[in-house]
Write a protein that binds this ligand. Structure first.
Ligand SMILES: Cc1cc2nc3c(=O)[nH]c(=O)nc-3n(C[C@H](O)[C@H](O)[C@H](O)COP(=O)(O)O)c2cc1C
Length: 213
C-alpha cells in the first residue's frame, strides 16, 4: 500500500557493493527524523523481491508502516522498543503460504506457458496438500527469511540502515495490521538513515562455525 500524502526527500545516490553493504550493516536503533524517499523504498522492496525461493514460491509479503499513529501501536506490540517510532518507516516482513497456494500459477515462469502453470499447481498440491496450515506455513517462512536478509542488504546498499526485530507479540501485530491468522513473521524492519553508529560487528571466526571436508 502506498501513501501519496507522505512528504519525501531526495533519492539516494548510494550504490554500495554487496561486500560493502555486508561490512557496513549494523543494527541501528536511532534514525534521522526525515521521511523515506518513496522511490528508494520501492526500489529496496523490489530488490528484496528478487530473492530466490524453492519452486519460485515467493511466499514473502511486505506491510510498510509510515504512519506515526500506527507506528506507535506497533511499538506497543514490540514491548515499547523505541526504534519502531524513531525510524521513518517499518517494513513488516511475513510469509503467507495460504495466499501462495491459492495463487500458485502466478509463480510459474511465463516462458513455460500453460504447461508450466499446470505443473506448478500439481507440484504444490502434491507437496503441501497433505500438510496442515502450520506445517506448510513453516516452510513458507523459511522462504520469506531469505527475502528478509536480502531486504537488509538492499537497504544498506542504497545508503539506508535497519534493525531486524523478532521481539514483538505476533498476535498483536496481526490484529493491528489486519493480517490473516495463518501468516508467519520473518520480522519487523525499521528503516531509515542512521543517527547513531551502532555497535561494531562481533562475530565468530570462520573456523569456529565451519567444518571443511
Ligand atoms: C531475527 C532477528 C531478530 C532480532 N530481534 C531484535 C529485536 O527485537 N530488538 C533489537 O533491538 N534487536 C534485534 N535483533 C538485532 C540483533 O541483536 C543484532 O542483529 C545482533 O546483535 C548483531 O548485531 P548487528 O546487527 O549490529 O550486526 C534481531 C536480529 C535478528 C537477526
Amino acid at each position: 500500500m502506498t501513501n501519496s500524502t507522505i512528504e519525501t526527500t531526495a533519492r539516494s545516490t548510494t550504490n554500495l557493493s554487496v561486500t560493502e553493504a555486508i561490512k557496513s550493516r549494523v543494527s541501528i536503533r536511532k534514525y534521522v527524523q526525515e521521511p523515506m524517499n518513496q522511490d528508494d523504498l520501492r526500489e529496496i522492496l523490489e530488490l528484496a523481491s528478487r530473492a530466490p525461493s524453492a519452486w519460485n514460491a515467493q511466499t514473502w509479503r511486505f506491510a510498510v508502516v509510515q504512519t506515526p499513529e500506527i507506528q506507535e501501536k506497533l511499538q506497543a506490540a514490540a514491548y515499547g522498543q523505541g526504534q519502531i517510532t524513531s525510524a521513518p518507516a517499518v517494513i513488516v516482513v511475513y510469509s503467507d503460504m495460504e495466499d501462495t497456494l491459492a495463487t500458485v500459477e502466478e509463480t510459474a515462469h511465463p516462458g513455460m506457458g500453460e504447461e508450466g502453470r499446470t505443473g506448478q499447481r500439481k507440484t504444490f498440491d502434491n507437496a503441501f496438500g497433505g500438510q496442515d496450515v502450520a506445517q506448510r506455513g513453516q516452510w513458507g517462512l523459511s522462504q520469506a527469511n531469505i527475502a528478509f536478509g536480502f531486504l537488509m542488504l538492499a537497504a544498506r546498499s542504497k545508503g539506508y540502515d535497519t534493525v531486524p526485530m523478532l521481539g514483538f507479540n505476533p498476535q498483536a501485530v496481526k490484529e493491528l495490521l489486519g493480517l490473516p491468522e495463518h501468516v508467519q513473521f520473518a520480522g519487523l524492519l525499521p528503516i531509515g538513515k542512521r543517527a547513531e553508529d551502532g555497535f561494531p560487528q562481533h562475530r565468530h571466526t570462520v573456523e569456529r562455525v565451519t567444518k571443511f571436508f
